[in-house]
Write a protein that binds this ligand. Structure first.
Ligand SMILES: NC(=O)c1ccc[n+]([C@@H]2O[C@H](COP(=O)([O-])OP(=O)(O)OC[C@H]3O[C@@H](n4cnc5c(N)ncnc54)[C@H](OP(=O)(O)O)[C@@H]3O)[C@@H](O)[C@H]2O)c1
Length: 295
């Protein structure tokens, strides 16, 4: 099985580049191999590879910047998936496409099912939802995998890295407590995708949710990061984390207040329940803490 990975230098992409070789011959493309803004090149380049499976981990993920760059967000998050879906159809490949909890408005108080209606709050969520629709329309053999609150050792910025940086520089931090979700380690996503691909067939194409299990707020997540880092003897300056409401931390893009995704459908298919977020946080910090201060 030949697998073509798009976005191999992102947080999830780097994790996938490590796990996918276990199930197939991997061709991993970064921006240097294919600049996705050159949309006309996507079809010919992908079809020339004749992959059996395409995994799209590339995205425009700057949630706030998307509010002022809607055209670029739409191009990368909607037009690119459409081109990939059309190319997949043309060469008979399956397409695994990553998406987000931000397709939902976060007003529910029970975990979002894959069948719940999408109603994104901002440009990023709208562009990702448009990408989902494009994949569904143009490639019958697809799996859309929504995830949330992603962090990992790779990539330029995520909440864990930001907290560790600020926690080593400041005495107090304010963190919002009125947004809840499930922090998710990129390496767990990669494992889930790698178990999902061999299960993909006529009866299993469709939309899935994968996050680490458990639910927390950004505030509690920050406290947990500092507790786990302290156990690993990381020198920190922060002595107090203060819970604040989102209205005290205004951002260009509105975030869903409740971002929990129900993962039972995928867990049943791959025969594995996602690890609890706190265990994965501990695992990630234990493995990668010495490297996290590097840019
Ligand atoms: N991050 C989160 O919290 C989160 C939450 C929910 C869902 N997701 C979804 O999970 C998936 C993976 O996210 P991630 O956190 O791994 O994102 P990421 O770290 O921002 O990686 C995205 C990748 O896309 C690539 N890319 C963007 N524009 C490109 C272009 N014009 N040409 C070629 N490559 C381009 C980037 O390349 P460069 O490295 O060269 O910039 C980067 O490697 C995405 O579908 C995202 O929507 C993420």
């Amino acid at each position: 099985m030949k697998i073509l990975l798009i976005g191999s230098q992102g947080q999830v992409g780097q994790a996938l580049a490590k796990t996918l070789p276990a199930i197939g011959d991997l061709v991993a493309w970064s921006r240097a191999d294919l600049d996705l803004t050159q949309v006309e090149q996507i079809g010919p380049q992908v079809i020339a590879q004749q992959p059996d499976v395409i995994v799209n981990a590339a995205a425009y993920t700057a949630v706030d910047r998307a509010e002022s760059e809607p055209a670029l967000a739409h191009q990368i998050n909607a037009e690119v998936p459409q081109r990939l879906a059309q190319a997949a159809s043309e060469c008979g490949a399956k397409l695994v496409h990553l998406s987000t909890d931000y397709v939902f408005n976060g007003q529910k108080n029970r975990p979002y099912q894959t069948t719940d209606v999408a109603q994104p709050l901002g440009i990023y969520g709208q562009s990702k939802h448009a990408g989902e629709l494009a994949v569904q329309t143009h490639c019958q053999q697809h799996a859309i995998l929504r995830t949330a609150w992603v962090y990992g050792a790779a990539g330029s910025g995520n909440f864990v890295k930001t907290m560790l940086r600020l926690g080593a520089a400041r005495p107090t931090l304010n963190v919002v407590y009125d947004q809840v979700g499930s922090p998710t380690w990129s390496e767990d996503i990669a494992q889930a995708v790698t178990r999902l691909i061999p299960q993909l067939a006529a009866a299993t194409f469709g939309t899935y949710h994968f996050t680490n299990s458990g639910v927390t707020s950004w505030y509690d997540f920050a406290v947990a990061i500092f507790e786990e880092a302290a156990l690993l003897a990381l020198p920190l300056t922060v002595t107090e984390v203060k819970p604040i409401t989102s209205d005290r931390y205004p951002t260009p893009a509105q975030r869903p207040a409740y971002s929990v995704l129900a993962g039972e459908k995928l867990a049943a298919l791959i025969g594995q329940t996602a690890p609890h977020w706190r265990l994965s946080l501990r695992h990630m910090l234990r493995d990668y803490l010495p490297t996290l201060s590097q840019p």
